[in-house]
Design a binder for this molecule. Structure first.
Ligand SMILES: *Cc1c(COP(=O)(O)O)cnc(C)c1O
Length: 374
């Protein structure tokens, strides 16, 4: 790492032992193979180090969103099976095959494109069929999937490895939508039985499904956020023991006394009612720390919880420590624990009015990642 980067006091700490713990915890809970989802830079934890670690732990399969994420895994030497979950363009098929990436086939048209490219290369493509059971995103509607499924089964240039769908409401344990989607998925899978073909891997459950709907586990599960130890939603139930993999820390870079009535930061939106001590923390929305936490977020310094005051800037924000003491270089915890106090990604999301996914994925490449354990 160049010195300029390692000098940065702000860093994301990734605890690979917690990742191991979570993978084991999920596995023993569901009792079926796991496709670990590592899209979007492994939910901000770092695509390649996370994938390498999961592969070392014997994860059965990895899942990413885009072909370029799959190629990055292959270029880093990852050999585990990788499914690309997103919709494909015909022109990309050769890339999938060249890098041994499994393809989501989400329409009859796309099936034909995959077949044509595979035949031209003289190499079979490994595919998973995408069935739409209620998300209305990519995939063939379950109620009109018969011809699609029969064509895939009959395909000479495609190896039908999986069939899957995606749950729209599994974060909410009380939603009736999930079991309806499961039923529709079974109706689509019945076309495979009807033609007497071997059943490919059926997979449906995201983190919400894993947490709340045991019937959706089928032959494989696809947890993303839960593997990183974060719950998908404030309404979600902690039915599985997982530990947060990510913490986010910085250091105090400045201390000053702000006089009563003198506003802090852009827009002069906040001012203390009496003289107070304010420290500056060198991280901001330019790092992906949500600006929505302006005068709403909290941090931990010296075992205390203090409020962010005024607007979060691009590279810094200010914290009111009242009459307490803090020093330059004191550790500031933005996500994680300090002396028994904890701030979670879920807490941050709630304060910012966003979802935990956005908190994790938003933290960008400007923040160095530091790996421990494993
Ligand atoms: C992102 C994604 C997942 C993982 O979702 P989580 O809610 O993070 O568990 C699973 N399946 C598909 C198709 C996805 O796009």
């Amino acid at each position: 790492m160049p010195p300029a980067v390692s000098e940065r006091p702000t860093r994301i700490r990734v605890d690979l032992d917690h990742l191991t713990f979570n993978l084991r915890s999920i596995r023993s809970h569901v009792g079926v193979p796991v496709m670990a989802i590592v899209k979007a830079n492994a939910y901000g934890h770092g695509l390649v180090p996370v994938a390498q670690h999961l592969q070392k732990q014997g994860v059965e399969q990895l899942g990413v969103a885009f072909v370029e994420e799959g190629i990055a895994l292959r270029q880093a030497g990852i050999t585990a099976p990788v499914l690309v979950l997103g919709g494909i363009f015909g022109r990309q098929v050769a890339q999938f095959i060249a890098h041994d990436l499994e393809i989501t086939v989400s329409s009859l048209d796309k099936l034909r494109q995959v077949e044509a490219a595979a035949e031209a290369l003289g190499r079979k493509a490994v595919i998973h069929l995408k069935i739409d059971t209620g998300m209305e995103r990519i995939g063939v509607h379950s109620y009109s999937a018969r011809a699609f499924i029969e064509a895939a089964v009959a395909s000479r240039w495609c190896v039908l490895k999986g069939i899957y769908s995606h749950l729209a409401c599994a974060d909410d344990p009380r939603s009736a939508m999930t079991l309806q989607q499961l039923e529709r998925f079974f109706e689509a899978c019945a076309h495979i039985e009807r033609v007497g073909a071997p059943m490919p891997l059926r997979h449906l459950a995201n983190s919400g499904g894993v947490l709340h709907f045991p019937d959706t586990r089928l032959d494989m599960v696809r947890p993303g956020i839960l593997m990183y130890g974060v719950l998908p939603d404030a309404a979600a139930q902690r039915t599985i023991d997982v530990r947060p993999v990510m913490s986010l820390v910085s250091q105090v870079v400045y201390f000053k006394v702000v006089k009563a009535g003198n506003p802090v930061s852009y827009g002069a939106t906040w001012a203390p009612s009496r003289d107070t001590r304010v420290v500056t923390v060198p991280i901001g929305y330019g790092d992906g720390y949500p600006r929505a936490l302006s005068s709403r977020g909290e941090v931990l310094i010296r075992a205390h919880r203090y409020p962010i005051v005024g607007r979060v800037c691009m590279d810094q924000f200010m914290v009111d420590i009242g009459q307490d003491s803090a020093w330059n270089e004191d550790e500031v915890v933005l996500i994680g624990s300090q002396d028994g106090n904890t701030i979670t990604a879920e807490n941050l999301a709630q304060a910012a009015g966003i979802i935990p996914y956005e908190v994790l994925v938003g933290l960008n490449e400007r923040i160095p990642r530091e790996y421990s354990g494993g």
